[in-house]
Every structure is written in structure tokens, then in C-alpha cells.
Design a protein around this ligand. Structure first.
Ligand code: PLP
Length: 442
């Protein structure tokens, strides 16, 4: 059961048990992982996470935007245990699996666009992007793919080729897949062209059409444009509606696939089932993972039946679409449809307003942005110069941790708020008041 009083910090952080585990991790676990602060998790329920020393935190990370239905939701636990008692694995690659089929049918119904859609199941966001990359080349028989600066699509070689958000992701891993071209995203707070959304006429898309396609890249060689509808790891950057509209039109004009990476923005997080629904675009391929199965590993690459035309053997996965994950996903979608998507919209609008209030009071807040419960504040050294302030950002996150609020960074100097979608007004207020204390202390 979730405790009544939280956050509740009873030891120094990290506590004595946590210190021991962290020492052992250093010995046995790959040092390539990024750890923001020393949280060693023992258990979690709803909105709270308990560490191995009995400290209880309010979770505004949802395990990196994954635990959409909150931690260990009772219906998710029942789905997992029922399924574990029935069938754990038989591989959807070689055998038919009823739960995969039912989930694919459900995804066909909830993914935007008319007609029947087909799904390829994998286990992670990166795998869903790999599948989309391969499918785009397969279907179009074209080579070039366009992606965006600040994009994060995963870390396997194909997905990494599309990723361009931090140097460490790419350093010493080159060469990657050739023929991936990166172009500026509509990061309007820091517009590449020094324009503003009201006067830019979607200049970032115009540049692709007028410069890139006239000087370097023949549009008829372009298989796909991969785009996060709201950029995630790159800084929770919400582009204006015109950006996606113009980009979509560009893809229609040149028969290019518009691939929406909704790994982070999908499954209700932005207050609609998929973020593309805010922008009125219907992607040719959608990649989904994170929030789909309430914490179990599962990803989906969804495309219309016309596009998903690859033949038997061209792509498959031993573990993809595991029955337990699929069962958890069906229950997750039910819970999302029964009110959690709506709750994300409602609570998100409330927090966005409150954060905007803080923006006026605290000079370190340069920008506040977001959709639903995909929200961020960008921390700057000076509102005028907009100089990035990564140290200040990290200090705020550390302070929040020490007070029992779990937050994550994103982009070069932003803090993201991506709580489970079960968030209540009371929990939002607790988080906001802790966050404000951290800003004051800075
Ligand atoms: C938009 C997006 N695509 C892909 C990925 C990769 O997902 P995973 O870490 O599950 O491979 C992420 C992860 O943060 C993401 O945010």
C-alpha cells in the first residue's frame, strides 16, 4: 500500500543500504549508464517509490515516462500474474500468440488514421525505431532518412544514427548508418533562424524544401522523415502546430514516409492517446514503447497494411510481444481509455499554469512548456541571454531528491515533469511546492 505521508526521508541520502548497493553496482554493472542521483529502489506503489533504506519519494519520473498507470497498479498485477500462470513465452516470431493478435487489433483501432493497421512487436523503444527504419527503406526502396537535431530515438546502431541530442551518445561509435541527414527542429525558444513562431512560416521545414532538396538531397531518394512529435530527451520541446502541418505536407508532396516516434509522447502522456492528435497529422508509421505496458518491456511499430508490406523473414524478434507484456498492455490501454488520458490533460494543464507562475518569479526559469504530463522548465543563467545552466539544473534536481521529489533532466538544461498519469491535484501541489523551495534555495 502507498504510505499516507510522503515524501518521507528518514536517512541521509544515500542511506547505508543504498551505499552498499551502489558500491557493488560499480563492481558489476556497466559504467555506461547515466545515474542522476543515488536512488536504490526497493518497491513502489502508485505515485511513490521506496528506497532500500525506507525513504519514500514522490515520483515525477514514472521510471522515465514508463509507468503510465502508476507503480504496481492492482489490475496490472492481476494481468501479469494471471498471464504468468497461463503462458510466459512461446515466441510470436514462429508461433501464433492470441494476446499479440488482440493487442495488435486494439492498436489498429486506437492509432490515428483510417483503415487497418499492422503491428510489429519488439521489446524497447530503440527496437521499435529500428523496425520503422528498416520498414521505411523496405517499403519505399529509398535510402535517405531525415531526422532532427536534439532528437533521441535510441542507442542501437540504426536508432543511434537518427539520434542527435548528446555527443556522448555518438562518441567513438562512428561510423553509423550513412544517408541520415539531420536538420533543425522547431525549438522555438532557441530558434535556429532567430525567428518567432508567429512570423517564421515554419522556416525549418521551408529550409528542407528550398535548400536541402534543391542542393544536396534529391527528395525522391528520401524514404522517411523521423520526427518526435514532442521532442523528449532533447528537452521536452513542443513545436508549433504549423511545424508538423508543413512537415507533413512536405512528406505528401514527395511521397516520403512521415514516421512519428511516439515512444515517449504516446500512450496518453500528452493528454491525448498520441501526441500527433494535437497536431492533426496522421503518421505513416508510429513507434510506441515506454508507457504501453505499465513497466513491462514491450514496443510496437505500427503502420498501415499498405506500408507494412515486408515479406516473411525480413524482420522478427524472439521476445517481441511477450504474452505477459501484451496482457499488461491491453489492461494499460483500458485504464488509459477509462480516464487516465483525460486526467493527464487536466493535471498537466494545472501544472503548466503553476509552472508559468513560477517562471515570472524566478530568474533561472527561461522557458516553461509541455503538453499534458509531458512538461519541462528550461533553466538558464540569464533570461535575456538564455545561456544554458546545466549546473544549476542539476543542483535543483539534487535538492528535489534530497527533499523526496524525483525529477529528471532533459536537453542541455531543462527539468522534465513526467509523473504517472494517475497523478492527483494533491500530489501535483506537493511536487510544485517542493520544486519552488528548491528554486528559492538555489
Ligand atoms: C522518443 C524516444 N524514442 C526512442 C527511445 C529509446 O527507447 P529505449 O530506451 O526503450 O530503447 C526513447 C527513450 O527515451 C525515446 O524517448
Amino acid at each position: 500500500m502507498a504510505p499516507d505521508n510522503y515524501p518521507y526521508i528518514r536517512t541521509g541520502l544515500p542511506g547505508p543500504q543504498a551505499i552498499q548497493y551502489i558500491e557493488k553496482e560499480k563492481k558489476f554493472i556497466s559504467p555506461s549508464l547515466t545515474k542522476g542521483y543515488p536512488l536504490v529502489v526497493k518497491s513502489a506503489k502508485g505515485m511513490t517509490v521506496e528506497d532500500v533504506d525506507g525513504n519514500i519519494f514522490l515520483d515525477f519520473t514514472a521510471g522515465i515516462a514508463v509507468c503510465s498507470t502508476g507503480h504496481n497498479h492492482n489490475q496490472i498485477i492481476s494481468s501479469i500474474t494471471d498471464q504468468a500462470n497461463t503462458l510466459i513465452h512461446m515466441s510470436g516470431a514462429d508461433f501464433y500468440n492470441p494476446l499479440q493478435i488482440l493487442l495488435a487489433e486494439k492498436l489498429s483501432a486506437i492509432c490515428p488514421g483510417p483503415g487497418t493497421k499492422k503491428t510489429f512487436f519488439g521489446n524497447s523503444g530503440a527496437e521499435s525505431v529500428e523496425a520503422a527504419f528498416k520498414l521505411a527503406r523496405y517499403h519505399t526502396k529509398r535510402n535517405v532518412v531525415i531526422a532532427f537535431y536534439n532528437a533521441f530515438h535510441g542507442r542501437t546502431m540504426g536508432a543511434l544514427s537518427l539520434t542527435a541530442s548528446k555527443l556522448n551518445h555518438r562518441k567513438r561509435f562512428l561510423p553509423l548508418i550513412p544517408e541520415v541527414i539531420h536538420v533543425p527542429y522547431a525549438y522555438c525558444y532557441r530558434c535556429h533562424y532567430n525567428l518567432t513562431p508567429d512570423n517564421c512560416n515554419a522556416a525549418c521545414v521551408a529550409w528542407i524544401r528550398e535548400e536541402l532538396f534543391k542542393t544536396k538531397v534529391p527528395p525522391e531518394d528520401v524514404a522517411a522523415i523521423f520526427v518526435e512529435i514532442v521532442q523528449g530527451e532533447g528537452g521536452y520541446i513542443v513545436p508549433p502546430r504549423e511545424f508538423h502541418a508543413a512537415l507533413y505536407q512536405l512528406t505528401r508532396d514527395y511521397n516520403i514516409l512521415y514516421v512519428a516516434d511516439e515512444v515517449q509522447s504516446g500512450m496518453g502522456r500528452t493528454g491525448k492517446m498520441f501526441a500527433c492528435e494535437h497536431f492533426g497529422v496522421v503518421p505513416d508509421i508510429i513507434t510506441i514503447a515506454k508507457g504501453i505496458a505499465s513497466g513491462l518491456p514491450l514496443s510496437a511499430t505500427v503502420a498501415s497494411e499498405e506500408i507494412m508490406d515486408w515479406v516473411s523473414g525480413s524482420h522478427a524478434s524472439t521476445f517481441g510481444g511477450n504474452p505477459i507484456s501484451c496482457h499488461a498492455a491491453l489492461t494499460t490501454i483500458q485504464l488509459l481509455e477509462d480516464g487516465l488520458v483525460e486526467n493527464a490533460a487536466r493535471q498537466g494543464a494545472y501544472i503548466l499554469n503553476q509552472l508559468k507562475r513560477l517562471e515570472h518569479t524566478y530568474p533561472v526559469i527561461g522557458d516553461v512548456r509541455g503538453l499534458g504530463l509531458m512538461l519541462a522548465v528550461e533553466i538558464v543563467k540569464d533570461k535575456g541571454t538564455k545561456e544554458f545552466a546545466p549546473e544549476e539544473r542539476d543542483r535543483i534536481i539534487q535538492k528535489a531528491f534530497s527533499k523526496g521529489l524525483l525529477l529528471l533532466g532533459c536537453g542541455r538544461s531543462a527539468i522534465r515533469f513526467c509523473p504517472p498519469l494517475i497523478l492527483s491535484r494533491n500530489d501535483a501541489d506537493i511536487a510544485l511546492s517542493i520544486f519552488e523551495i528548491c528554486l528559492k534555495e538555489l
